[in-house]
Ligand binder design. Structure first.
Ligand code: ADP
Ligand code: ZN
Ligand code: ZN
Length: 841
């Protein structure tokens, strides 16, 4: 029996913590333990059991004990533990925070605080009872009354949970804290594990013969008559009862009780039917609620193309080798990549092995989910951002029990606890949503590759526009390059026509949102009853509010960015922090009334198009119209079924989906990014243009793209218009080499932030001097400089950019920098290290 246990806790410290194991307790490595930490209880992962007493400098510090071992067997197996350690190391993230990200089990742990009265508290209560009021109190009489209500309430009870105490006494949080400081009451953390296996009540319609045998109805007084037990009951059903039974029969004879509540029948009906023996209620593990969408057609009804077959064979070989193998599947838009993914996952499943499909945040389209359900039935677990914590935990357990050996999901699905992993697929591998923009700042594509390495599995990175890094790796033979160079059924790629918006301005004499060319093309499609998509990658009505008198714009109070006008919702919103403000009627700086709303967002674009084409049915897809997955499904379905003529939206409309009626794509604004100080701007613009162009002409009729731009000579625009990925790649690679950017250097962004400007300045200055006097051969350190967004969510921001040919050396330097920051008492949460940063803003 080990005496000590090292625990990784989800706190922003680069440490693990050693606890004593009480006799009789048996924590497991990779399992969760509940431990005391400062004034709280936290659940962490046991990462090592051992007998080495921790070195404690002061004899007084007593080693704390594990409170509870929460798991009998590991929740993180050996491979996932190893993967977590790799992530902590590679991304310089605290290991406990990495494990928390890997395990979606927070729902199984209930945070809870309780209070109890102390001896001092009892004395105070007693004294108050004698003298009416304690001496020298700084509190108002009302506050004192509340304090005594609290003491009184606690005096009669052992320990009371915070919500209950506050509910019963209506005490404010601050007052409670004051009472703790006075030592009248004690605060304790009573957080505890919840029952992991959540059950739901399911109503089951008993079979006809069982129903016939069931007990006869109750008589009017609620007593069961003792006569004729086989008397048929159906006749006696009233309307509500019949409706409920019919609904149940229609859903295959069973349904969650919760779902039946939505029927328009009295709540008592179900109980009556149970008493009459027609329906049984059973507890069952909560089941995954499948997408309500009907699949379009079987995903394998067609003959695979030669290129698809070749891709399948190569992936199959890599899987069969049972060794790590990486493949880059470069297939143009509409070349049938998804069908290849599904087919090879199917093959893996037939071999009894597991696979994971990663998709971007908005890539999990309803159609893909429907296909997954159709091909894999109950064997698939779909993890998307719409799941509640409890549902996520539910799916996690299904996967771990081996009930779902096919997993599809966004970023964190890369941690799915499958065993015998054979294949990981990363669809749209270039998508920036794979990078987590909070600690741990991991990139799911790169973690997928590492996980496959550890598991001896194959990894497939798929894209029409691979990232520079991945394509470069393929060129260097780190991955096998597999190409799907043609669209399925030899459909042509759409013709792209560029409209130079500067010229449009000169010729029409006014700033246009929709060029004459695009308007004409739209009209033509509408006449032919074909469908149109229009991209404007900026939501809201107007992105800027400008004062004509003083020239200032309306800025967010938390961020150094303009507030966006949202007309329909009548508000100003900051797209970076979500801050909402009233629409100004005069300038906040000079009081002038000449405030103008400048620029166009997707909301205004929709309005403009409505004005130009009043007959057309227009839908909009952006983060304002899409609150949840259902809205997204709804809009895409409407387009798919022909209930819409036109869909307007942000990059959400650009990705993944496959709607055959769209023959025209208009790009009204997608090149804004080219003006940003970010070395990936060209790459992002190229990708977005290619993606959105790829939505046109996926059916029988060929497609066309009208691309409006202010940067018509830019190579990103030119190569996208020619569908020339390799051309773009070669050109962009030259720039990256000159500028020492990836794939030629590893980069990291080090952000120093504080709500106090002087702190942000002092800290970045201190670290800047430290970088200067610390040897770092070959590593370029730029900065400190003000970040492009100098203030965000109240924080002032300064940053360093590190570029290094050697990743090891860069990480060694970063680790030393973090140690220096800790020594200077700069809080760990204010120094953000972003390895392989995707955004340098
Ligand atoms: P991508 O993901 O490469 O853009 P998809 O996988 O969405 O392309 O395929 C585009 C469309 O072509 C889908 O409707 C798909 O069902 C269909 N498809 C895929 N392979 C074939 C094939 N070999 N023959 C005919 N249709 C196919
Ligand atoms: Zn002004
Ligand atoms: Zn803001």
């Amino acid at each position: 029996m080990a005496l000590f246990c090292d625990v990784a806790l989800a706190v922003p410290l680069d440490l693990v913590f050693t606890y004593a194991i009480p006799p009789g307790m048996e924590p497991v490595v990779g399992g969760r333990v509940l431990v005391p930490f400062r004034q709280q209880r936290l659940s962490g992962i046991a990462i090592e059991l051992h007998d080495r007493p921790p070195r404690v400098n002061t004899a007084q510090v007593k080693i704390k004990k594990v409170i509870e071992a929460l798991d009998l067997s590991p929740v993180l197996d050996e491979q996932l533990l190893k993967l977590g350690k790799w992530i902590a190391d590679y991304y310089l993230a605290p290991i406990g925070e990495v494990f928390r990200t890997m395990l979606p089990l927070s729902a199984e742990f209930k945070r809870s605080i309780a209070y109890r009265i102390t001896d001092e508290g009892r004395l105070a209560l007693h004294l108050a009872g004698m003298s009416g009021s304690p001496a020298r109190s700084k509190r108002t009489p009302e506050q004192q009354l509340v304090e005594f209500r609290v003491l009184d309430y606690l005096a009669e009870r052992e320990s009371v949970q915070e919500e209950r105490l506050r509910g019963a006494t209506r005490v404010a949080k601050a007052l409670l804290s004051g009472m703790v400081r006075k030592k009248w009451i004690a605060r304790e953390d009573v957080s505890a594990a919840r029952d992991a296996a959540r059950l739901v009540k399911v109503a089951v319609l008993l079979a006809a013969e069982e129903r016939a045998e069931a007990a006869p109805p109750l008589d009017g007084r609620g007593a069961r008559p003792h006569t004729n037990p086989a008397k048929p009951t159906a006749k006696k059903l009233n309307e509500s009862q019949q409706a409920l039974i019919e609904a149940l029969a229609a859903s295959g004879g069973r349904a969650p009780v919760e779902a039946l509540r939505s029927l328009d029948v009295p709540r008592t009906t179900l109980g009556t039917l149970v008493r009459r023996g027609l329906i049984d209620i059973v507890d069952e593990p909560q089941n995954f609620t499948a997408s309500k969408l009907k699949p379009r057609q079987s995903p394998f009804e067609f003959e695979f193309s030669t290129a698809q077959k070749e891709a399948l064979a190569k992936i199959g070989e890599a899987v069969a080798s049972r060794k790590f193998g990486g493949l880059l599947l470069h297939g143009i838009t509409g070349s049938g990549k998804t069908a290849v993914y599904l087919a090879c996952m199917h093959e893996v499943l037939e071999q009894g092995r597991a696979s994971i499909l990663l998709v971007p945040e908005i890539g999990l389209t309803p159609a893909v989910a429907a296909d997954l359900h159709q091909v894999f039935g109950d064997e698939v677990a779909i993890l998307h951002s719409g799941l509640s914590n409890a549902e996520r935990a539910q799916q996690w357990h299904r996967i771990r029990r081996g009930e779902a050996r096919v997993v599809a999901g966004t970023r964190s699905a890369v941690f799915a606890p499958v065993s015998d992993l054979a294949l990981v697929i990363v669809d749209e591998e270039q998508d920036s949503s794979y990078k987590q923009e909070e600690t741990p700042r991991y990139h799911a594509r790169d973690v997928a590759v590492m996980r496959a390495k550890m598991a001896g599995a194959a990894v497939v990175l798929g894209s029409a526009t691979p990232s520079l890094e991945s394509y470069y790796n393929a060129k260097k033979n780190k991955y096998a390059l597999v190409e799907l160079p043609d669209r399925v059924e030899m459909r042509p790629l759409p013709e792209v026509e560029i409209v130079d918006m500067r010229q449009e301005f000169q010729e029409t004499g006014q700033e246009q949102v929709i060029s004459r060319k695009l308007a004409e093309e739209i009209r033509e499609r509408l006449d032919k009853k074909e469908q149109v998509m229009v991209l404007l990658n900026r939501r809201g009505y107007s992105p800027v509010v400008l004062c004509r008198a003083c020239g200032k714009t309306l800025q967010c109070k938390n961020c150094a960015v303009s507030m966006t006008h949202h007309k329909r919702e009548r508000k100003m919103e900051c797209h970076y922090c979500g801050h909402v403000a009233h629409i100004p009627d005069k300038c906040a700086h000079c009081g002038s009334e000449y405030v103008y709303f400048v620029g166009t967002g997707s909301e205004k674009l929709e309005e403009l198009l409505h004005g130009m084409f009043p007959q057309a049915r227009i839908g909009r897809l952006d983060r304002d119209t899409v609150r949840g997955r259902e809205d997204f499904e709804h809009a895409l379905n409407a387009l798919n079924e022909g209930a819409l003529d036109m869909l307007v939206g942000t990059q959400m409309i650009a990705k993944g989906h496959d709607i055959h009626g769209v023959t025209l794509v208009g790009v009204v604004g997608a090149d804004m990014a080219l003006g940003l100080p970010d070395f990936r701007a060209a790459e992002r613009t190229f990708q977005l243009l290619t993606q959105v162009a790829g939505r046109a002409g996926r059916g029988q009729s060929p497609g066309k793209v009208v691309l409006q731009t202010y940067f018509q000579d830019h190579y990103a625009v030119q190569f996208a218009a020619r569908h020339d990925f390799v051309g773009f790649y070669d050109k962009e690679l030259q720039f990256r080499a000159w500028m020492h950017y990836p794939p030629y250097s590893a980069i990291a962004n080090v952000l120093i932030r504080s709500e106090k400007l002087d702190e942000a300045l002092t800290w970045s200055g201190e670290l800047g001097r430290w970088f200067e006097k610390t040897r770092h051969e070959g590593i370029r350190v730029l900065g400190p400089a003000a970040a492009a967004i100098t203030r965000l969510k109240r924080d002032y921001r300064y940053h360093f950019i590190l570029k290094s040919p050697s990743r090891e050396k860069m990480n060694t330097l970063l680790r030393a920098m973090l140690a220096e920051a800790a020594a200077r008492k700069i809080p760990r949460t204010q120094v953000i290290v972003d390895v392989d940063a995707v955004w340098l803003m």
